[in-house]
Structures are given as C-alpha cells and as structure tokens.
Write a protein that binds this ligand. Structure first.
Ligand SMILES: C[S@@+](CC[C@H](N)C(=O)[O-])C[C@H]1O[C@@H](n2cnc3c(N)ncnc32)[C@H](O)[C@@H]1O
Length: 247
C-alpha cells in the first residue's frame, strides 16, 4: 500500500481543535480518530461508512486502525472518494458505492460509522434503523453528530433549512437515546465535545481565515464558522461523539 499524503481538499468535517492555529487536516484527523474510538474500530473488523465525503477517513480507518474492509457511501462525493481510494492503493480494502445501506445484507458488518454526516441524512431515523439491520449482533454504531439543546429556539428550523439539515433530524439528546433504543441499540456511550468542535471551528476561521479549508468556497467556510459561533454562544446545539452496541 503506497502511503500518499492527504490534504485539506480530501476532508470535509468540522474538526476537533486543540488550538485555533492547528491545521485543518490535523483537526479533521483528530475528530475521525475520536469517532474511531467511539465506534471501537479494531484491526480486522469490517465497517460501513455513510457520508464518507471525499474519502480521507477511509484511508485513516485502514492505515491507522487496521480495518480490513470498508463499504463506503456518499451522495455527493462518491466519485472523489473513489479516486482517493485508487490514489492511495486501497481498492482491495475499500469499496465506494452509490446509494445507501439498503444495498448491504442484514447482519453483514461489524461497525457502522457516520463522521459529521448523519444530521444531513433524510432521515437520520431511517439511517439508524438501517444501521441496526446491517450490523452483526454485538456490532457497534459510531456517530460524530449534532444534537439540539434548546429545541424551542426560534431560529433553529430556519438555520437547519438553510444548512440542508432536515428538520426531522433536530433531535435532543433524549430523542437520540430513544431513537437508538427503539432501533435495537444498547450500551449508549456519549461524550459532548461542543467546545472543541463547534467552538474550535469558529475560532480557527477567525484566526486563519481562508487558510482553514482552502478547498472550500470562502463564503461557505465563513458562514459555517459564524453558525458554529452562534450555536456555542446561544447554547442551542451540542456536538457529540456517540457509540452504541447492536443488541
Ligand atoms: C460535513 S460532510 C463530512 C464528510 C466526511 N465525513 C469528512 O469527515 O470529511 C457530510 C457528508 O455527508 C454526505 N451526505 C449527506 N447526505 C447523505 C446521505 N443521505 N447518504 C450519504 N452521504 C450523505 C455529504 O455528501 C457530505 O459529503
């Protein structure tokens, strides 16, 4: 396997920031690594990754965590992810598919992950139910995701709509726990990382400007940074790392 260096254009998440001056790539890797811990990615396991973006995380699952097989999905960036897989020589371990988890057989994978993506799915409930179907008993779901802490906030639905987030996905932490339990998940582990993710992205945009994510349009980066800052200041949203077991 050739070890090809990956750059900011290969990533597309909010990152987990220890400092506003660190690079976007290192913040994205940090968020991916924490998700891998929440999902308990282990050498030899098989993973379904929904919302893989341009695919940098696929290389991380294989190279850093020793995952044996990844079935990857992304509605917008599947072809970029496929190119990255080829560029990195990962075709024997990673398949990028059109569509979603419905193409996988029941009880066929050890882990399902969604890195900064499940809040976009239409709907997250259907995704969680599909994740429960494709996971083997005892397998784990891992999410780096958004939850609502002030469901009645007057601008929440407006902000969701302009960000492409279905309003059906505006779950509180309690909703999240109930939805996972209803789908057949147990042993929910939950960590709040709002300050490091939403606060961190906002601070990095302020400190670094365009350099934060040079491959993305500046207006998108700026607007995302502003939304993250407002979300932290008004305490409307929390960013969480969640892991749960398929019973
Ligand atoms: C914020 S980006 C995160 C990308 C990637 N996980 C990363 O960390 O670089 C969210 C991704 O979810 C993808 N997405 C949105 N809805 C989806 C769906 N229903 N199925 C699969 N991917 C989806 C988008 O195309 C986008 O690439």
């Amino acid at each position: 396997m050739s070890v090809v260096a990956l750059g900011p254009a290969d990533w597309g998440n909010l990152g987990l920031w220890a400092s506003p001056d660190q690079t976007y790539v290192s913040a994205c890797e940090a968020l991916a690594d924490r998700l891998a811990e929440a999902a308990r990615l282990t050498p030899g396991c098989s993973v379904a990754d929904v919302g893989c973006g341009r695919g940098a995380q696929l290389a991380r699952w294989v190279r850093t965590f020793g995952v044996e097989r990844v079935e990857a999905f992304d509605t917008a960036h599947g072809s970029a992810a496929q190119k990255l897989v080829m560029r990195c020589g990962l075709a024997a371990s990673v398949a990028v598919h059109d569509g979603g988890l419905e193409r996988l057989e029941a009880a066929s994978v050890d882990r399902v992950v969604a890195l900064d993506s499940a809040y976009f799915f239409d709907t997250r409930r259907e995704f969680v139910q599909e994740a429960a179907r494709v996971l083997k008993p005892g397998g784990r779901l891992g999410l780096a995701d958004l939850v609502v802490s002030k469901p009645g906030h007057r601008r929440l639905k407006w902000a969701a709509r302009i960000s492409g987030v279905p309003t059906a996905n505006l779950w509180t932490a309690a909703d999240f726990g109930r939805e996972l339990a209803d789908a057949g998940f147990t042993d929910l582990r939950w960590e709040t990382v709002t300050r490091q993710v939403l606060g961190g992205f906002a601070a990095a945009v302020k400190a670094q400007g365009r350099a934060v994510a040079p491959a993305e349009p500046w207006v998108k980066v700026w607007a995302t940074g502003k939304m993250c800052r407002v979300a932290v200041e008004s305490q409307v949203l929390e960013y969480v790392l969640a892991g749960a077991a398929r019973s």
